[in-house]
Design a protein around this ligand. Structure first.
Ligand SMILES: [Zn+2]
Ligand SMILES: [Zn+2]
Length: 154
């Protein structure tokens, strides 16, 4: 069980700030796609946070213009819409339930309580990995840099 949890956590790290670009500290989840470095306090957003912020200012924007403005790949945006992650796009009616505890939510996959608990777990894993200085840490840092380079080159 521990193994599958770990690989699940690692597989979901793409597109999310894990390590502070400025000081290498751990980025702590603050809610709705927002993260803050626990060392220097700088803020960053994951792909969801970037798209969400953009949609709050540009309701009804299409995928192409969201992608250009945020740097998030179109496929990632389409997947997020498919998962019904944005109230602003949601127009299908009905209720969604939190995948973990089952309460009704208006968008996304988890209620804010479960989402926060989930991120705390991710942070604890990174913190532990960082302490032990094992390869997971280096792999995350490398894949983060790789995805940044890819985004800029588009
Ligand atoms: Zn920092
Ligand atoms: Zn929940």
């Amino acid at each position: 069980m521990a193994d599958s949890m770990e690989s699940k956590l690692l597989s979901e790290k793409i597109g999310r700030p894990i390590i502070c670009k400025l000081c290498g500290g751990i980025m702590v989840y603050k809610g709705v796609g927002e993260y803050q470095c626990e060392e220097c306090g700088s803020m960053d957003y994951d792909d969801y946070g970037k798209v969400r912020n953009y949609l709050e200012r540009h309701r009804g924007a299409n995928v192409a213009s969201i992608s250009i403005a945020t740097g998030v790949p179109r496929k990632v945006i389409r997947d997020m819409i498919k998962e019904n992650r944005f109230e602003v796009i949601e127009d299908r009616g009905g209720y969604i339930r939190c995948e973990i505890c089952g309460v009704n939510i208006s968008s996304g996959r988890l209620c804010w309580k479960c989402e926060e608990a989930y991120h705390r777990e991710v942070e604890a894993k990174i913190r532990a990995a960082k302490k032990r200085n094992i390869s997971i840490y280096g792999e995350i840092a490398r894949s983060e840099q790789g995805s940044k380079r890819y985004t800029r080159g588009q």
